[in-house]
Each structure stands twice: as structure tokens, then as C-alpha cells.
Design a protein around this ligand. Structure first.
Ligand SMILES: CCCCCCCC/C=C\CCCCCCCC(N)=O
Length: 547
């Protein structure tokens, strides 16, 4: 659907205003905390850090390596990189080492053989990380709110408990955006998290600590949640895999803030990991009995699937145009699917996608079936019942006295102008998009769609492009499963990627496609070993910095 004259005018006004605001903001904004003279992560040297989780579990069961060795290797890597990325906000290293020693003892004493252990404890001895917004017994659960400082989880969130029951060992919790509602993982409790591929850039949000620690090689599997892209955006910006499952399969229990209104249908908890082959077994564990609905054991024949490619949202004036490098990456995927699988990928335009942001925002604010409105952002932010006054808070922010981030204060302001009910027009767009996509995808369709219009932006940049997350958010409202898949690196050494969208309960199709694309495009890359054009130049002069 072509843009109207008014929309084109609106878009250019918005872009001009955004450019000016960004320049002013750069002068006021907090800087990244880490040593600014260090510009890249050290390369991975221990080969254990390059082994997928399920393979690590097999090696531990077969006593080819001990769980203590694996856990210690990850602890060493986290200690090496965390001062640069600020991704893990609280560790439990000594407990993890004790638990690993118990695992090694259990394996020593097991007489039933490897199969028994694999069946009962598929992730035995493998370390994992958890977004701080989830309860993990003994760990903080503040979701970046200063007023929740000191909240310590007494129990485990259900998906965390299931991973532990499968034998996995938590290493600690990772940073997120304030109240999990922004694209940057920044809050006044833990500070700002950096992207491992470029420390001046954002790791995404809200599960950005997970994205960054995984991308940096400090974790192999992790737990994230997503109500607008919070698994997929960090997975994209940090060059890893992430899966937003079919709604309702993985429990959303034990996370703060709890969803309200219609949000329980939109929020999804899911796996994030460096290797595509780990997504499916993680989902099987995290879904518990509900995972049976997904027929995850059924074989997927990629040659029999129908693939569709949608290059952009049709031109929403609120959203940036898709970066040319991402357009090309998607085209390369189409070429490889056609050449290697012999399928014909159909190019499509889906006009309703242009209203993605309006649909997401209207549905997130809509009352639930009981007629109750969702808990407001202002209420969630209130400090022990003390209301947040956004304009006063903004004034305090400019002089560094607010306990909140500018994004969270801005969201309270925006909320004040939100309608109580979605308009008929937006509801119609949502219904027709739902119907069209469900018919299109059926039980054998895979849709290729950009993950985000930009590559990982510089810190604070999303404040000036706040609607770009609607490329991911729309699929939360539609309840469709989506796998985020890395596709190599851009000219400046930043991760490229793509969303793979499938029909409800057809998660195995996007997971299998991700495994194929990992083989074809190389999957996750060690950010410490990337030589960009400028790095190579500098190295030839005896330097090794990336510019
Ligand atoms: C000061 C600038 C504030 C401008 C606010 C503009 C309104 C944009 C609305 C919502 C942004 C939400 C971003 C959601 C990111 C992912 C959320 C998630 N947990 O999945």
C-alpha cells in the first residue's frame, strides 16, 4: 500500500525532528560505564565455549569432560567479558560450582547407563543464565526498578525450575530494561549493558543482558521473555538464536511485572542460545507437558514447506525504512532456499503490517475478558504506592536525580494519551491480518520477515526511533511462533538476521529452518575474533582496534 502525501510529509517531519533531538540528547545522555579505551571483547580461546549445550550434556554424561570444568570455563569467560558488557548483574558462581561437583558425583555413581541420564536429565551439568525479571531462587528480581532493590526470589519461575529439573545449572541473572519495556537494557539499578560486537551499541531489550552474555560467549543457553520483541531483538542485535514460542506453551509465571488485561496472550517466555540445535530441546524442557502440543519429535522435511518472503512492513511513516544490508541478507536467504532445497519462495506484500505499531499498542492497552484494564505503566513504576509524576520525573532526570530511565518516564507520558479501547479500524486491521496470515501459513508455511529496520543502534538511539520494534511486536499480538536467526555480519561487523514466522503450534518448522540457515550462513560468530575492514587495516600497522 503506497504512502499518502500526508504520511510522506509526516515521515520527513518526524525524521528531521528526531535528528535534532538526538543531537541534543547526545549532550545530556549518560555514557557507557565500562573503560571506553577498550573497544572490543577478547577472542574465545577455550574450545569448550564453542560446544552446543546438548553436546556439552552428552560429553558430561560420557565423562569426556566434567561439569565442574564446563561451569568453571563459563565463569572464567564471564569474568573476562562482563566488565566490558555489564550483562550479568548478579552471579551465583560458588553455588554453581558446588552443584556441578554434585552432578559429577551423580554421573560417577550412575549404573543405569547414559540413556537413563539422557532421558531423565537431558541438560545435566550444563550452565545457563536467566533474565533478572524471572525468579531464580536466592537471586534479585527487581526488573531494573530501584524501588525493588533487595527483592530476592524465594522460588524459581516455572520455566527456570524445569531447566533446573532437567539438570541445568544457573550461573546468575542478567540485565534488562526498566520493567522490561524498552529496546535498550538500561536501568538505574544496574546501569547500561553493551553489545559485545561494538561496546558503543545497544544489545537490545528487554532481554538484552541475556543477548549480550550469550553473544559474548559467556553463556550457551538462556531464558528470555518477549511481549514486543524482547527475545528476538536482543537475539538479532547479538547474533544469536531466540525463539518466541506459540502463546501459552511456556509458562509466564514467576516474572515481574506479571502481564494483565489481554497481555497474558501476548507475552511469551522462551529460549535464547548460540546454537540453533539447542532451541528445540530447550523448548521441550521449558514447555513441560504443554510442549506435547507442538509435536516437536515429528520430522520436518524442509523441501515440502512453502516459503514466503515479505521485505518490509509496507511503509509505516512511524517506522524507519529497512537497512539495505538486511534487505540483501533476506534476498540471499531466498536464493539459498531455492538453490539448496529446490523450493520456490513467494515474494509478498501484506498491507495490514503497516499498522503494526497501532495494533500492538491498542491491544496491549485493551481490557481483558473480565473487562479489567491492564495495570498501567505508571502504577508498576510507583515506589511503594508513591505515584510517579512524569513531568516532574523528567525534570529530575535532566539533573540526574530521577530513579528512572528517560524511556520509562516517556512511556508513562505516552500512556496518558492512550485510548481506553482500540478503534474499530485498528481492530479490523488486526482481525484481517490474523486471518490472512493464518490462512497463508497453515501447517506448512514459513514467512521470512525483517527482525528490525536497523542493525544494532548506538546507545540511546531507540529513543528517537521508538516504533521500530513493531517489526517484532506484531507477532506477539497474533500469537504466532517466531524464530530469530542470525545471518552473518554486516560490513561494520554487526550481526545480520531474520525472523522466521510460522503458524500456531508449528514451532518445529521455524526451528528446523533455523538449523538449515545456521549451516548455510555460519550462525553465531565470536565477536572477539571478527576482523572488520578497518581492523584488518589497523592490524597491518601493528594495531588491532576496531573503528
Ligand atoms: C522518551 C521516549 C519515549 C517514547 C515512547 C514511544 C512509545 C513507544 C511505545 C512502546 C515502546 C515499547 C518497546 C517494547 C520493546 C520490547 C518489549 C518486550 N518486553 O518485549
Amino acid at each position: 500500500m503506497a504512502l499518502t502525501r500526508f504520511e510522506r510529509f509526516l515521515a520527513s517531519m518526524l525524521r528531521g525532528a528526531v535528528g535534532m533531538l538526538f543531537a541534543v540528547f547526545q549532550l545530556l545522555a549518560p555514557r557507557r560505564g565500562a573503560d571506553r579505551s577498550v573497544r572490543r571483547l577478547p577472542p574465545i580461546t577455550n574450545p569448550l565455549l564453542r560446544v552446543p549445550a546438548m553436546q556439552l550434556a552428552r560429553m558430561i554424561r560420557r565423562r569426556e569432560v566434567t561439569s565442574v570444568e564446563v561451569v568453571q570455563t563459563y565463569i572464567d569467560r564471564i569474568q573476562e567479558i562482563n566488565p566490558l558488557i555489564n550483562a550479568m548483574v548478579k552471579d551465583r558462581f560458588s553455588l554453581a560450582l558446588q552443584e556441578a561437583a554434585q552432578v559429577d558425583k551423580l554421573i560417577e555413581e550412575e549404573t543405569g547407563g547414559e540413556d537413563v541420564l539422557e532421558d531423565r536429565l537431558p541438560l545435566l551439568g550444563v550452565p545457563f543464565t536467566v533474565k533478572e525479571a524471572f525468579s531464580l531462587q536466592g537471586m534479585p528480581n527487581s526488573t531494573g526498578l530501584v524501588s525493588r532493590r533487595g527483592v530476592i526470589s524465594a522460588t524459581d519461575a516455572p520455566p527456570v525450575a524445569l531447566l533446573k529439573r532437567a539438570g541445568a545449572i544457573p550461573l546468575g541473572v542478567t540485565n534488562c530494561s526498566e520493567l522490561c519495556m524498552w529496546l535498550e537494557s538500561h536501568n538505574r539499578l544496574y546501569g547500561i549493558t553493551n553489545n559485545p560486537y561494538d561496546l558503543e551499541r545497544i544489545p537490545g531489550g528487554s532481554s538484552g543482558g541475556e543477548g549480550s552474555i550469550l553473544g559474548g560467549g559467556g553463556s550457551v543457553i538462556g531464558v528470555g521473555s518477549d511481549v514486543g520483541g524482547s527475545i528476538r531483538i536482543p537475539a538479532f542485535f547479538n547474533g544469536i538464536f531466540g525463539h518466541k514460542p506459540t502463546s501459552g506453551v511456556v509458562s509466564n509465571g514467576g516474572q515481574f511485572p506479571p502481564p494483565s488485561g489481554q497481555q497474558p496472550g501476548f507475552l511469551c517466555t522462551g529460549p535464547m542460545c548460540r546454537y540453533a540445535q539447542d532451541l528445540l530441546p530447550m523448548l521441550r524442557v521449558m514447555g513441560g507437558a504443554n510442549a506435547d502440543r507442538l509435536s516437536l519429535s515429528s520430522e520436518v522435511d524442509l523441501k515440502r514447506l512453502r516459503f514466503f518472503s515479505v521485505p518490509h512492513d509496507g511503509g509505516s511513516p512511524l517506522v524507519s525504512p529497512v537497512d539495505q544490508q538486511l534487505v540483501l541478507a533476506q534476498r540471499r536467504v531466498v536464493e539459498r532456499l531455492e538453490a539448496d532445497l529446490g523450493v520456490k519462495v513467494q515474494q509478498l506484500k501484506i498491507p495490514q503490517l503497516k499498522y503494526s505499531f497501532q495494533i500492538w499498542s491498542a491491544m496491549m492497552g485493551a481490557p481483558g475478558k473480565d473487562g479489567k484494564k491492564p495495570t498501567s505503566f505508571a502504577e508498576l513504576m510507583s515506589d511503594h504506592g508513591k505515584k510517579v509524576w512524569p513531568l516532574w520525573e523528567m525534570a529530575k532526570w535532566t539533573v540526574g536525580l530521577s530513579k528512572h530511565t528517560v524511556a520509562a518516564i516517556g512511556l508513562v507520558l505516552v500512556e496518558m494519551f492512550q485510548r481506553a479501547q482500540p478503534t474499530q479500524f485498528i481492530l479490523q486491521q488486526k482481525e484481517s491480518l490474523q486471518k490472512d496470515l493464518e490462512e497463508l501459513l497453515g501447517t506448512d508455511g514459513v514467512l521470512l520477515y525483517p527482525s528490525h529496520p536497523h542493525l544494532a543502534p548506538k546507545h540511546h538511539h531507540p529513543l528517537f526511533t521508538p516504533f521500530n520494534f513493531s517489526y517484532t511486536g506484531i507477532f506477539n499480538i497474533l500469537g504466532l511462533p517466531v524464530t530469530q536467526c542470525p545471518l552473518g555480519l554486516s560490513a561494520e561487523g554487526l550481526p545480520l538476521g531474520l525472523q522466521l514466522v510460522v503458524g500456531k503450534q508449528q514451532d518445529r518448522l521455524s526451528l528446523a529452518t533455523a538449523v538449515f540457515l545456521e549451516k548455510t550462513f555460519g550462525g553465531w560468530r565470536d565477536p572477539g575474533s571478527i576482523a572488520t575492514a578497518t581492523t584488518r587495516l589497523d592490524t597491518s600497522r601493528g594495531m588491532s582496534t576496531t573503528t
